[in-house]
Design a protein around this ligand. Structure first.
Ligand code: ADP
Ligand code: MG
Length: 606
């Protein structure tokens, strides 16, 4: 075939494929245009999962009659003008591609009126060509209806996913933008039925309630609003001329709420929904040791960052962005979320958690108790003592930093109240009484937490003490495990394990951390090696933190071990001294609290 330049029509259809991949892309582009036009009401109407129809109506600025055709040309935009403008993008669009791309592969009807125009204009296009134009009466704003998407690109049509997938993407998109723009009234209809709407009241909590239900919304924690300076970690700091102005806001769920995957972690940057694996991980990290393994938080995080700090022009869909100082942003997000979580009293949520695990009074219980069944309230319930919470501005011990690699959040972790040991059940749980009811403590999880914090305290001071074993213990490993351990002997040494090669694939453990004297050294080394084999932690300091968690777990007393009152008492005192006493380092709860009120309620006293 001879070389020829493609016709405009074909070139547009090819280019359109990048911007308009699927019906959901049409919704995205049109809604983003409406937001850029400063609309306060946006109605989205979808039929057939968007394949039949996507119509977006807004009351924004409108497009003037003189410019309406231009808006549908490729690379036609009102949002940037010069190349420098790319450094200061605050609008969602700027590439001038969407309307051209959409109209190239569908049949479009647009009615728009700008405030300065006396009337509106109605334009019809098919496959990118104008078929009709007329002046019409219309309110200020824009309605764009996109019908029969991909009618002229059968190849694309064949690859479309089912209607339900498309609906889900559209729903997720609209709810996200409703959360980001609580001032805008959104209404979404699928096949004539309203499926989602917001009031535009400006309250993000209202939208959260509409999206997640009032019960979840009520429990969410607001991320500290103050503008913070992002912090560079490592040597990069010197390169930077100005400290990064970065604001992190939004909402996160308390650790008592968690989900099976990370799809509830939503990130916005300067009003744009973005996907960023690293920042998502920063949020998950902030919940480190607070959530059960394999569970994920809900988070809605808004970043405000000077536009020159970020490149949004990475991909036509603008969903992935590049930050100039991504480490600083990672640190700031992780820190703000962590601080928010630790500033909240975990016990309140533990209380909520415990309640939900317990049988609530039967709704069928209508029994009315004889007055005399009650001892007068004042006598029956001990007046709550003044709780001895840790003072909020008590100096921080380094032990609170669960990730040695990350900056210590200046938090005020709430401590346990003083408790009295009542006894042990099932050789697994300790019952105690506190000023505010009963606590059931999982002895293994609690001891794990104690060992972990003690260990971390030494670790942070670089003073992990170790104790020589009278007779060394030999450990035999497979060749690959041996290589792995060999390359980590230094880390192990820093952690207090002195291990020497001892013949082919064998090692001799000469000393163990003093804190973990009760540990079976061979077993501990084997577990650690098994963990290293799984090798999902790329960073050295994370490997070390993981080893610490692992050995503490191995060394902790197990369920099934009967404890003397003195032992239980020691354990409780040590748990009281912990900074994050409510969960084990792997995120399982260490205790369940049954408040006096709850007991009274359970017994029908109140
Ligand atoms: P971009 O959003 O990247 O500028 P588009 O192709 O999406 O490119 O839109 C082209 C232009 O049309 C926009 O720059 C804007 O001026 C105008 N426009 C599109 N949609 C609307 C709307 N809903 N209200 C007002 N103006 C709009
Ligand atoms: Mg646009």
């Amino acid at each position: 075939m001879p070389i020829r330049q493609l016709s405009d029509q074909l070139a547009s259809q090819i280019a359109a494929g990048e911007v308009v991949e699927r019906p959901f892309s049409v919704v995205k582009e049109l809604v983003e245009n409406a937001i850029d036009a400063a609309a306060t009401t946006i109605h989205i109407e979808v039929r057939g999962g968007g394949r039949q129809l996507v119509q977006v109506a807004d009351n924004g600025a409108g497009i003037s009659a003189a410019e309406l055709e231009t808006a549908f040309l490729r690379h036609a935009t009102s949002k940037i003008n010069r190349v420098e403008d790319l450094n200061s993008i605050l609008t969602l669009g700027f590439r001038g591609e969407a309307l051209a791309a959409i109209s190239a592969v569908s049949q479009v009807m647009v009615v728009s009126r700008a405030a300065s125009d006396p009337a509106g204009t109605r334009l019809l296009l098919a496959g990118g060509h104008k078929t009709e134009r007329e002046t019409v009466g219309a309110p200020q704003g824009t309605i764009i209806a996109v019908e029969n998407l991909f009618y002229n690109t059968p190849a694309r049509l064949k690859f479309l996913k089912g209607e339900t997938t498309e609906r889900r993407l559209i729903d997720e998109f609209v709810t996200r933008y409703a959360l980001a723009y609580p001032n805008i009234r959104f209404r979404l209809t699928h096949d004539g039925r309203i499926t989602f709407q917001t009031s535009g009241s400006g309250s993000r909590l209202d939208v959260l309630a509409a999206v997640y239900g009032p019960e979840t919304a009520r429990q969410l924690l607001e991320i500290g609003q103050e503008e913070r300076e992002g912090e560079e970690r490592g040597e990069r700091g010197e390169e930077r001329e100005h400290p990064l102005r970065l604001d992190v806001s939004g909402y996160v769920a308390p650790p008592s709420l968690h989900w099976a995957n990370r799809s509830h972690i939503t990130l916005f940057m300067n009003g744009r929904y973005i996907r960023d694996n690293s920042l998502t991980y920063a949020i998950i990290q902030a919940y480190h040791t607070l959530l059960p393994i394999g569970r994920y938080p809900l988070a809605l995080v808004f970043l405000q960052i000077p536009p020159e700090e970020v490149d949004v022009n990475v991909h036509p869909t603008k969903i992935e962005v590049r930050f100039r100082h991504s480490d600083a942003i990672f640190g700031a997000v992780q820190k703000s979320v962590r601080r928010t979580l630790l500033a909240e009293a975990p016990i309140r949520h533990m209380g909520a958690w415990a309640t939900s695990q317990l049988s609530t009074p039967s709704p069928n219980w209508h029994g009315s108790l004889d007055e005399h069944a009650f001892i007068p309230r004042a006598e029956s319930l001990q007046t709550p003592l003044e709780l001895e919470w840790s003072s909020p501005d008590a100096p921080l011990s380094p032990a609170t930093d669960l990730q040695p690699s990350l900056p210590t959040p200046p938090h005020t972790g709430e401590k346990l109240p003083i408790m009295r040991v009542v006894g042990q059940v099932g050789a697994a749980y300790i019952i105690t009484e506190g000023p505010e009811g009963i606590f059931l403590i999982d002895q293994h999880a609690a001891h794990e937490r104690i060992l972990y914090e003690q260990f971390m305290a030494q670790w942070d001071k670089n003073s992990v003490s170790s104790q020589g074993l009278v007779a060394g213990t030999a450990v035999y490993l497979s060749p690959s495990q041996a290589t792995l351990l060999e390359s980590n002997l230094d880390s192990m040494k820093k952690l207090g394990f002195h291990i020497e090669p001892f013949g082919p694939n064998a090692f001799m453990v000469r000393a163990v951390p003093t804190l973990l004297l009760k540990l079976d050294p061979a077993q501990a080394v084997q577990t650690v090696v098994a963990d290293l084999e799984r090798g999902d932690e790329p960073l050295q300091d994370r490997i070390e933190a993981k080893i610490i968690r692992r050995v503490c777990k191995t060394a902790a007393i197990k369920a099934g071990q009967t404890l003397s009152v003195v032992e239980m008492d020691t354990l409780i005192r040590q748990l009281e001294a912990c900074h994050t006493p409510f969960t084990c380092p792997h995120g399982r709860p260490t205790l369940i609290h049954l408040s006096a009120t709850q007991l009274a309620r359970e017994f029908g006293r109140i």
